[in-house]
Design a protein. Structure first.
Length: 315
């Protein structure tokens, strides 16, 4: 998933809520949109924090074993490779990471059972045993181990996703994009990274994506009646039960994007909203939306309401 598709989905969801609630202002809807976009970044740091919490859990286990009444040789001289993994330190010690956690309500304190659950799964997994038993490891080995537990254990677990949904129900749409950015962050770590380095990635392009989101929301709200008139003109031959409010809203959103973003090719816009339709409307809505939008595009072109420049000239 691209950041732009996620923005389109967020705008669609807020427009749907806006259309169903009385007394909600455009300004309030815009604020909700910006909050929703910011929450995607919260999810990014929430997942990175989870990794450091797993290391902390391992540290507590080792410390508790050393302080038992009856200790074994393994208790007193444990293999500390896991907690010594430099990737954990790069994350937890990074100045930007600490600053973000300080200024945002991100924590796993209310979900410590997930930390325990994932920690146990890691300890039992062959990936962990192979890593801990190696005679020697270099930085790339440490990093690939973290990538392996992230992709093979954490993100393969339904309880992980369910817990995140319980924290914020709207994160469900963010998973695909944010998990990809987390993976990119871990993969691109370098041995010489310091606490001052910016090792993190933005989920969105702060200037371009936020402007795209606000403009798309505003234009669709302002042009809703105009867009619906165009849509109604081309749905006369369709079965009325196949036409939902969501279908119309998706098409209205597409029309406003076609009119107001000259650098986005027509084909890109149409493909994006047809894909969104497959998830957020009925199974048969894709062909319906595609057919109506094709005719609407022809009208907008004829009326010179679609003017593409630069990259947007590509069909």
């Amino acid at each position: 998933m691209t950041s732009r598709r996620l923005i389109r989905i967020k705008v669609l969801q807020l427009l749907y809520a806006y259309s169903k609630k009385e007394g909600v202002s455009q300004a309030e809807t815009e604020r909700d949109l910006l909050k929703s976009i910011e929450k995607s970044t919260d999810l990014y740091y929430q997942i990175l924090l989870l990794l450091t919490e797993l290391r902390h859990k391992a540290f507590l286990k080792i410390d508790a074993a050393k302080n038992k009444h009856f200790t074994t040789e393994a208790d007193l001289h444990p293999n500390t490779r896991f907690i010594d993994n430099p990737v954990f330190s790069m994350l937890s010690g990074n100045r930007k990471f600490k600053s973000y956690l300080l200024n945002h309500p991100i924590s796993w304190n209310d979900n410590l059972e997930l930390i325990q659950f994932l920690y146990q799964r890691i300890m039992e997994h062959p990936i962990y045993k192979e890593y801990m038993d190696r005679k020697e490891v270099n930085f790339e080995d440490h990093k690939h181990f973290i990538l392996d537990i992230f992709t093979e254990i954490i993100t393969q677990n339904d309880i992980f996703f369910q817990t995140l949904e319980d924290i914020n129900i709207y994160w469900n749409d963010d998973f695909e994009l944010v998990l990809g950015v987390v993976y990119k962050t871990l993969k691109n770590l370098k041995e010489g990274n310091t606490e001052e380095d910016n090792i993190f990635y933005a989920i969105y392009n702060e200037a371009e994506d936020l402007d795209f989101a606000k403009t798309l929301l505003r234009k669709t709200i302002l042009e809703q009646d105009e867009n619906i008139k165009i849509i109604d003109k081309y749905i006369l031959n369709w079965e009325i039960e196949r036409i939902s409010d969501m279908d119309k809203l998706i098409m209205s959103l597409a029309l406003s994007e076609l009119k107001h973003f000259p650098a986005i090719p027509i084909k890109v816009t149409l493909d994006e909203y047809i894909e969104i339709t497959k998830t957020y409307s009925s199974p048969k809505s894709g062909s319906f939306v595609n057919g109506v939008l094709d005719k609407a595009v022809a009208q907008l072109k004829e009326n010179q309401q679609i003017r593409k420049t630069g990259r947007g000239l590509m069909e």
